[in-house]
Write a protein of this length. Structure first.
Length: 177
């Protein structure tokens, strides 16, 4: 079966994330890629859940000023916020995301989604098949239906913000700051 769009980047990127359950230096997941390699090093899903939680703990904090209703992701059972900003780079636009949640496991899922999409052009975001990537990680198979739906809502929001950036519309939290 061919690799889903976005999978090669995802597979390379997990090596750049902190080792599972590593403690010590403050590391940020923000503006890193996530992949399958370290996930596969963990034998059971209890360890993988702990790793997802650890990724959430290392997620760059969302500024308090961005915890507003416009930045809430609709369709998530937990409270999830996503702040999107544009950056002009090499004559094009890339998007950056900062997110947060009130639930540790969801915060880790937010970290994975951000790592998959952050720093990419809107066209790259649109071409990334996040569902296939999450399937390759076997992530959705081990989430409750509610969390799986929330993860889908987060990805939909990211893709919606990418569409808005292309069309020039300001929806949600798209900002040029």
């Amino acid at each position: 079966m061919p690799e889903p769009e976005g999978a090669p980047v995802l597979l390379e990127g997990l090596a750049r994330l902190p080792a599972p359950l590593e403690h010590g230096a403050e590391e940020r997941v923000h503006d890193r890629e996530v992949g399958r390699a370290d996930f596969e090093l963990l034998d059971d899903w209890e360890d993988r859940y702990r790793y997802v939680i650890e990724l959430g703990r290392k997620l760059a904090p969302l500024p308090e000023i961005e915890r507003i209703d416009a930045n809430k992701v609709r369709g998530c059972a937990s409270q999830v916020w996503l702040w999107t900003r544009r950056e002009k780079r090499d004559g094009g636009t890339v998007l950056h995301f900062v997110g947060d949640s009130d639930a540790l496991i969801v915060r880790g899922l937010v970290a994975i989604a951000i790592a998959l999409f952050d720093g990419k052009a809107p066209s790259e975001i649109a071409a990334t098949d996040a569902e296939a990537v999450f399937d390759r990680l076997e992530l959705r198979a081990h989430l409750t239906a509610q969390r799986s739906n929330g993860l889908r809502a987060l990805v939909d929001r990211i893709k919606s913000d990418a569409e808005a950036a292309v069309s020039g519309h300001a929806v949600h939290s798209i900002a040029g700051r």
